[in-house]
Design a protein around this ligand. Structure first.
Ligand code: FEO
Length: 173
């Protein structure tokens, strides 16, 4: 059984994850417009991954006998101006999400909700990966100054990303 405080915080996280999905979809559209299909593909996978994160929280609230309350998803920025600025925004966003996950862990601890804390540990590890991935791409973009042949090489590399669905059995806690 979830406490009301825990349930409210998890519902806010469902919304935050759907917003993340929406944000990356907006970024994917930018890269389509820029004729950078590899970056667009990477963002499209990110969109699916974030929607799966939202579903993991949604399923968990239901499993625990809570009420999943779906709120309106905010409109993301859409007028991106260059790839470096996009990945700066990705890193900043993921750092913010890490803060949200850490806050959820803090609530789970104060509510003595060990099951939620256990569930959240997968997300704690996931955020390490999310920040590392964003940092790596951002730094590589900075090396090539976000343009030229270096940008095209990076685009080819990002095209190879494969979606690993965390909703599949055994993929996440
Ligand atoms: Fe749902 Fe990008 O973390």
């Amino acid at each position: 059984m979830l406490t009301k405080k825990m349930e409210k915080a998890l519902n806010e996280q469902i919304n935050a994850e759907f917003y993340s999905s929406y944000l990356y979809l907006s970024m994917s559209a930018y890269f389509v417009r820029k004729n950078l299909p590899g970056f667009a593909h990477w963002m499209y996978i990110q969109t699916q991954e974030e929607a799966a994160h939202a579903m993991l929280f949604f399923n968990f609230v239901n499993e625990r006998g809570g009420t999943a309350e779906l709120k309106a998803v905010a409109k993301p920025d859409f007028n991106w101006t260059d790839p470096i600025k996009v990945f700066e925004a990705v890193l900043k966003h993921e750092q913010m999400v890490t803060g949200l996950i850490n806050n959820l862990v803090d609530i789970a601890i104060t509510e003595k909700d060990h099951a939620t804390n256990n569930k959240l540990q997968w997300f704690v590890a996931e955020q390490v990966e999310e920040e590392a991935n964003a940092t790596e791409i951002l730094e590589q973009l900075r090396i090539v100054e976000g343009k030229g042949q270096g940008l095209l090489l990076l685009d080819r590399e990002l095209k190879t990303r494969v979606f690993v669905n965390p909703l599949l059995p055994g993929a996440a806690v």
